[in-house]
Design a protein around this ligand. Structure first.
Ligand code: TXA
Ligand code: MG
Length: 316
């Protein structure tokens, strides 16, 4: 990996133009989305996309999400369907990713799809992401901008801590408002929830008029990149802590006495926005065990618990 002096670019028109120029040159640029920071590369440039895997230390070629400016740009890359239309109309721009059949001849590197004949597409809502996509003028492949297996970044400082010296630049758009990755829905066949995320599964079901997207309890996760151990802080993680043990860092939810509280009022939207930042903070403070209050499994709670279970899973 060539050494870089990673530039921290302000989210001004000049900073955004510089970021777009770097993408055009085949360089890697981290940028804010409403979910988490993405590590962007020109989706049509094989070398640039290969560098994403190298910079993250991703062990294998897991497919990447392609970010586009609008649904029309997505339709140029994938075969559209009535379900895609309904979901895009309801949730784009926003924290929803659709997996659809790749159009033959779409200008997307084979490394983006890891050889699959489907493509994950998303139209982000964050104004800085939208400005960057507009200035770049093409699809941008972007996984979360963290080292493989580690906590996802919801601030430019998190990206810098993990990837400084490995990427060209970080476009600094402040804290990510949603704080959890996008919901991924597979639409190659019957609609299927591949990853819980920023749009609650209940809302997807409401739009599709089905409960097809509700993953059966304990069923295997089919997004290929959904590793058991992921989002892992340096500390061990203990889930569903109803009382605290000596020496633990206490990550609370609701009206409990603790070190950091995801949401004292029990608001799942607030808890999602705080989750990764608080894990980063307790980790940086040198915690050896992070104990977490129980989180309800409804709404965004399903995605929060998904991330926490992975953070707590045995590490490879
Ligand atoms: O919110 C997000 O989705 C963020 C921001 C940056 O947009 N991105 C993100 O990317 O979370 P990443 O690479 O960390 O997670 C992408 C997930 C992986 O689990 C991958 O396996 C799955 O999407 N995925 C990508 N393409 C797929 C495909 N064709 N079929 C099934 N799963 C796919
Ligand atoms: Mg990720």
């Amino acid at each position: 990996m060539s050494a870089h002096q990673t530039q921290l670019l302000p989210a001004t028109p000049e900073g955004t133009a510089r970021a777009a120029a770097l993408l055009r040159d085949g360089a890697l640029v981290a940028f804010p989305t409403e979910t988490v920071y993405g590590l962007g590369a020109d989706a049509g440039n094989d070398t640039a996309v290969a560098q994403i895997y190298q910079a993250k230390g991703r062990p294998s070629f897991n497919p990447l999400i392609v970010h586009v400016a609008d649904a029309a740009a997505a339709q140029a890359l994938v075969h559209w369907s009535p379900e895609a239309e309904a979901l895009a109309a309801a949730f784009w721009p926003g924290p929803l990713t659709l997996v659809l059949p790749l159009r033959p001849g779409a200008r997307v590197s084979r490394l983006v799809t890891a050889g699959l004949d489907t493509l994950a597409v998303r139209v982000p809502a964050h104004p800085v992401a939208r400005a960057l996509l507009g200035a770049f003028g093409g699809p941008v492949a972007a996984p979360s901008a963290n080292r493989s297996g580690q906590i996802s970044p919801t601030a430019a400082a998190h990206v810098m801590a993990g990837l400084s010296g490995r990427i060209a630049a970080v476009l600094d758009g402040g804290a990510c408002p949603v704080g959890l990755e996008s919901t991924i829905v597979g639409l190659e066949g019957a609609p299927c929830l591949l990853r819980p995320g920023g749009v609650p599964a209940e809302e997807i079901d409401r739009v599709l008029g089905t409960s097809a997207t509700r993953r059966a309890e304990g069923a295997a996760i089919s997004a290929p990149g959904q590793l058991q151990s992921h989002y892992a802080p340096g500390a061990a993680v203990r889930l569903n802590a109803v009382n605290w043990r000596a020496g633990e860092a206490r990550l609370g939810f609701g009206p409990v006495d603790c070190d950091l509280n995801l949401s004292p009022g029990g608001d799942l939207v607030e808890a999602a926005a705080n989750l990764f930042a608080y894990l980063h903070r307790l980790d940086d403070a040198g915690a050896t065990v992070i104990a977490v209050s129980p989180i309800p499994e409804t709404g965004l709670g399903a995605a929060i618990n998904d991330r926490l279970r992975r953070a707590a899973a045995p590490r490879p």
